[in-house]
Design a protein. Structure first.
Length: 144
């Protein structure tokens, strides 16, 4: 076999993201365990929640998601949604959307939340655009 690789091995060996892809394809890790994936410039680590049965983009988001899940179980909020999305622009090849972390109803009022460690200018612009187009005000929950 001198120097030959099995079929598909060259693709994996030549792909710098192969290790990260294998990590993402694993089954769900135990609760509150951060899952290492591709490096995030803000050091956020994807985190599995057994309570919510989903993976969140950061530990802070997972913690807030579990808090909201408990509040829904207690009847304090209703209609909890994860990663709701709004289309901001869809004109002739120009597409832009906004995805918040959570949407729920509290005392008859729709609430939209985004957990942020670092609030970038791009995020602020998209929230302003969301407000301008739909009249939706996003509550930013600071982490850390």
């Amino acid at each position: 076999m001198s120097g030959e690789l099995p079929p598909g091995a060259q693709v994996i060996l030549g792909n710098p993201y192969a290790q990260q892809l294998r990590q993402v394809q694993r089954t769900a890790p135990p609760a509150a365990e951060a899952v290492p994936v591709a490096g995030n410039k803000y050091s956020a680590r994807r985190t599995w929640s057994d309570l919510c049965q989903r993976t969140f983009d950061s530990k802070a988001e997972a913690t807030r998601g579990e808090e909201l899940h408990f509040r829904q179980l207690a009847g304090q909020i209703s209609g909890l949604e994860y990663q709701p999305k709004w289309v901001l622009c869809d004109d002739k090849g120009h597409k832009a959307s906004y995805s918040a972390d959570f949407k729920y109803t509290q005392d008859g009022v729709q609430m939209v939340e985004d957990v942020k460690g670092v609030d970038t200018e791009a995020s602020r612009v998209r929230r302003a655009w969301l407000w301008s187009k739909y009249g939706i005000d996003v509550k930013v929950v600071k982490s850390g």
